[in-house]
Write a protein that binds this ligand. Structure first.
Ligand code: PMP
Length: 359
């Protein structure tokens, strides 16, 4: 058996070593993972009860259409229920989009570095990926516009961008989407939406009325703290959602995940508290960089990319020896940087102390 040509040479996503393995290898009692932008405060306490209740129906297939979660999410976003598509993480919404839309004759436009799954899924479809370098860590929307041609099917704007944490502001985004041809889909990936505090961050939901070629992606994996349950969603024009929905697995989000997400939506205080703590903790890393003369990208997300002027692998290994799994900048396109997901205040204090001692 041979896989199709476009799959040759691709490797699966490598999430890094499990915590238990790192503990064993390094002989450490405690290892903290600050590498995948999860919520260090967990999830809303309401989630546990919701999961327990959903557990009694575990022998039954879930509602593939996620009706209850759909209704609540639509109400919260002030959109209609037929504007939503739920996925096994927003990762799956990206996959559904790519398998539904892309062919080997097409291209997509993305920034680089950015979230790698846009590229990964497009490559599987045999589609050309046009990668436009960030300028000062931010999407170069003019250059991305220039990269669009008659074969372009989608443009991905990761906002805030992973791994830089930087954002495209409202004016820039609106000017951009106005110029994108109507038959090109603009994906605004807002995985870190709940952490954003910049006042000029785009309010994309109202733009859906004007731009049927806009698709917004959000997730329950980050601020909502449900990464392991895998729920994310897309919001777009009903015609677009209807067109891509057949590309979804029939039971793609499970009942416990749906129940958990539904209960998490009710706890606005939890999200607000996580937002506020993240912002406070971000200041510690910014101060560390300012005090030591290190460059960093101002981040609107729950992670920070810092240029510590040493090979990323060295920074990674040092932090690993102190019990912290972080993200090596070399693998992210920033060779002398490290990306750290903000942890609890104690974790952040410890990592900053270790870095200060070392550098
Ligand atoms: N988009 C971005 C920008 C991300 O960083 C991530 C997760 N790292 C995702 C999408 C996927 O998140 P999930 O599949 O857990 O919803």
């Amino acid at each position: 058996m041979r896989v199709k040509e476009s799959m040759v040479g691709l490797t699966p996503y490598q999430p890094g070593k499990p915590i238990e393995e790192v503990k064993r290898e390094l002989g450490l009692d405690e290892v903290i993972k600050l590498a995948s932008n999860e919520n260090p405060y967990g999830c809303s306490p309401r989630v546990e009860k919701a999961i327990q209740e959903a557990f009694k129906d575990i022998a039954v297939y879930p509602d593939g259409y996620a009706r209850a979660l759909r209704e609540k999410t639509a109400e919260m976003l002030d959109v209609t229920e037929d504007q939503l598509i739920f996925g096994n993480g927003s990762d799956e919404v990206i996959l559904i989009l790519c398998r539904s839309v892309l062919t080997a004759e097409d291209n997509i436009v993305t920034a680089t570095p950015t979230f790698p799954q846009y590229r990964h899924n497009a490559v599987i479809e045999g589609t050309e990926v046009r990668e436009v370098p960030l300028t000062d860590g931010v999407h170069d929307l003019d250059a991305m516009l220039e990269a669009i041609d008659e074969h372009t099917k989608m443009v991905f704007v990761c906002n805030p961008n992973n791994p830089s944490g930087t954002y495209v502001n409202a004016k820039a985004f609106e000017t951009f989407i106005e110029q994108v041809p109507e038959d090109v889909l603009v994906i605004s990936d807002e995985a870190y939406f709940e952490y954003v505090s910049a006042e000029d961050y785009p309010d994309t939901l109202p733009l859906l009325k004007q731009f049927p070629n806009l698709l917004i992606l959000r997730t329950f994996s980050k601020a909502y703290g449900l990464a392991s349950l895998r729920v994310g969603y897309g919001v777009g024009h009903p015609d677009l959602i209807r067109a891509i929905d057949p590309g979804r697995e029939p039971f793609n989000t499970n009942s416990m995940a749906q129940a958990a997400a539904l209960s998490a939506l009710d706890d606005e205080e939890f999200i607000q508290a996580c937002h506020d703590k993240n912002k406070q903790e971000m200041k510690k890393y910014e101060d560390f960089c300012h005090n030591n003369g290190f460059a960093f990208y101002p981040s609107q997300a729950n992670f920070i990319l810092m240029n510590l002027n040493k090979p990323g692998g060295e920074i990674f290994d040092y932090l690993l020896s102190k019990g912290f799994i972080t993200r090596n900048g070399e693998a992210l396109g920033f060779p002398t940087s490290v990306r750290i997901t903000l942890g609890t205040p104690e974790q952040n204090d410890k990592i900053i102390t270790e870095l200060t001692k070392w550098l």
